[in-house]
Design a protein. Structure first.
Length: 67
């Protein structure tokens, strides 16, 4: 097989620079706004439903007591 014919879109593409990095502006998305607005009420509700915090992953709510 000829190098570049299978794994590259165009011959020699892997050897060229990737270009400039453009950071995505996640804080400008609707999802970010929703999470920001409803995170605390949702966590409060989950703590009321299960005070031990078993309904949430640790990375979501570090405040909940876990056995």
């Amino acid at each position: 097989m000829v190098a570049g014919s299978v794994y590259e879109r165009s011959p020699g593409a892997a050897g060229r620079p990737l270009g400039t990095y453009h950071r995505r502006m996640l804080e400008r998305t609707v999802r970010y706004e929703l999470v920001t607005a409803y995170r605390e009420p949702m966590l409060r509700h989950m703590r009321e439903v299960d005070p031990n915090g078993y309904g949430l992953s640790r990375h979501i709510d570090g405040a909940g007591a876990r056995a």
